[in-house]
Ligand binder design. Structure first.
Ligand SMILES: *Cc1c(COP(=O)(O)O)cnc(C)c1O
Length: 286
């Protein structure tokens, strides 16, 4: 289809259903014994919550997760199922960061951010490290972009293990803050973007990721939501993979650049597969 050899890193098959376990586990494993005894806190309505909950259980510490009252029941259940305590809040009335920071200080918990942290982005980089160890080196690498943890980790790994690879970050068309930031040379903030890629609905890049992305990425491109649905259909029918909309960003980016990829070796990170079956069915049949 692309006229190239395309290798997918299938993080939809990762524990917790997304690459986020890598960053969470790396960050938690580097806490001091005292911090681990006290426990950790994260705020997320998505994959980072489940990842921190699971990593905490694996490492014998406790996790408190701050989630909006109206978070999907399946995500709350999964997070609780990993043994985390969930603190809910009204997203229309309460500032999440203030609540989380206050709670962490009050209870003496280490705050684990979803992307703006050196250990988190280093952990996310292991997805690319493994892909290159298994299948690389590559001519081109496609990685989705939300807050920038996955992409900045990918840049660090790829620059070390596959020098000369062209690295493409891929964002939803409606949420092109990464592209704007890269062009402007500073972090640009946007309103919450309307896109089905809920894992990339970030309003701005993190400071640590941006410092790496700014120098290390070769292109940031955007793809429309329809291309994500096409990707979900393609991955389901041809590869028998269930992938969430955000997880299809990188593949959609590679397909958009197919002409220039002819004859090359291409790596694509499929970032996650957490999507309710009803939503999956509605999207692929719509
Ligand atoms: C978090 C997430 C992303 C975005 O990752 P960042 O590190 O925030 O750029 C992409 N896909 C999935 C499935 C995610 O959970």
């Amino acid at each position: 289809m692309v006229g190239a050899s395309v290798f997918l890193k299938c993080e939809n098959l990762q524990r917790g259903g997304a690459f986020k376990f890598r960053g969470a586990y790396t960050a938690l494993s580097r806490l001091s014994a005292a911090q681990r005894a006290a426990g950790v806190l994260a705020y997320s309505s998505g994959n980072h919550a489940q990842a921190v909950a699971l990593a905490a259980r694996e490492l014998g510490t406790s996790a408190t997760i701050v989630m909006p009252l109206d978070a999907p029941a399946s995500k709350m259940a999964a997070t609780r199922g990993y043994g985390a305590e969930i603190v809910t809040y009204d997203r229309y009335a309460v500032d999440r960061e203030e609540l989380a920071t206050g709670l962490a200080a009050e209870r003496g918990l280490a705050l684990i951010p979803p992307y703006d942290h050196p250990d988190v982005l280093a952990g996310q980089g292991t997805a690319t490290m493994e892909l290159i160890e298994d299948a690389g080196p590559f001519d081109a690498l496609f990685v989705c972009l939300g807050g920038g943890g996955l992409l900045s980790g990918a840049i660090l790994a790829a620059r070390a293990l596959s020098p000369g690879v062209r690295i493409h970050g891929v964002e939803p068309e409606a949420g092109d803050d990464g592209l704007q930031s890269w062009r402007a040379g500073r972090i640009v903030h946007i309103d919450v973007p309307r896109t089905i890629a809920d894992g990339a609905q970030t309003q701005h890049l993190g400071r640590y990721p941006f410092a790496i992305i700014r120098e290390g990425v070769d292109e940031i491109l955007t793809v429309p939501d329809e291309a994500l649905v096409d990707g979900m259909r393609l991955l389901a029918t041809r590869l028998k993979l269930v992938v969430e909309p955000t997880g299809c960003l990188a593949l959609a980016g590679a397909l958009a650049r197919r002409e220039e990829l002819a004859g090359q070796r291409v790596g694509v990170i499929v970032s996650g597969g957490n999507v309710d079956l009803d939503r999956f069915a509605a999207l692929v049949s719509g």
